[in-house]
Design a binder for this molecule. Sequence first.
Ligand code: SAH
Length: 305
Amino acid sequence: MPRNSLSSPACGGGVSAKPEGLVSMTEGAKPPSVSPLHHFVVPLPRFAGEDRKGFVSLVGAGPGDADHLTLGALKALQSAQALLYDALVSEDILAQAPQKCVKICVGKRGDRLSVSQDKTNELMVRLAKKGLHVVRLKGGDPSVFGRVEEERLYLEAHGINHKTLPGVTAASAAAAQFSFPLTHRGEARSVTFLTGRTKDGSIDLRDESISDPMVSLVFYMSSHNADHIEASLLHAGRSPQTPVVIIENAGRPTARALSGTLTEMAALVAQAAFDGPVLMGIGVAFGYARLALLNSGPVKARLQA
Ligand code: SAH
């Protein structure tokens, strides 16, 4: 398994540390029984804010390898007694949790098979009610397309205390890795994070939210809709020459980035046949991307003129 592989041995099929009574977590599986967990739990330092009734830390893992973890996230991981993690969390980050910690992949990757949000919520509460420090580890920053509010509301409805620790969002990691700004004085006054995927699968881009040439747009979960997004931006009045950068696996050694103009965006995405998670950045700020040194993948970057 490569170090930064997106699929971990536990992912898609569920649980490491073999706690009795925890079943394989796939969609449609019966809810796990979590009763006999205590004998797996080693004495661990208490985590700030934890109480005796169990506690959930909603933690941002960042988008890539462990270098992106905040110190707070690392401390939370090291004191985890149960870990529920997303599919995008890398192996070297999971390795930071204690060996005896129960590790369960609840990860979603687009349309691929995953544990439903309802089951994840249920599992968090059941583990916390065992008195455990549960870490719900999420890719990037939990507050950016991370469903964190749904989880907080569910925890509160069940009387479970929680705390949120931020992470590096994929756009920030990509900007650092490929040396472009998200905002730039006089040229890109603000940045908007958008998604091309909504709950019902539709895409809803209003002209007024995407037309301003001074706004950097970063699309998450959207590469499958690149053609529609390209057409919508052109329709909204964005210049065909607007710089575009498309980044796969940001924050990882396997990162790839492609650049071009808005009218080339969908074709670039189609040509690249990405397999990892992908961001699409559109706006003048992305014209500063320095791609030449870092691209190592089969599709070579084209530098902006
Ligand atoms: N909370 C996460 C975003 C979760 S939504 C964050 O703050 O980064 C999942 C989407 O994020 C993916 O479909 C992809 O668009 C983007 N993403 C996550 N990790 C990424 C990475 N390493 N490289 C590029 N895009 C990534």
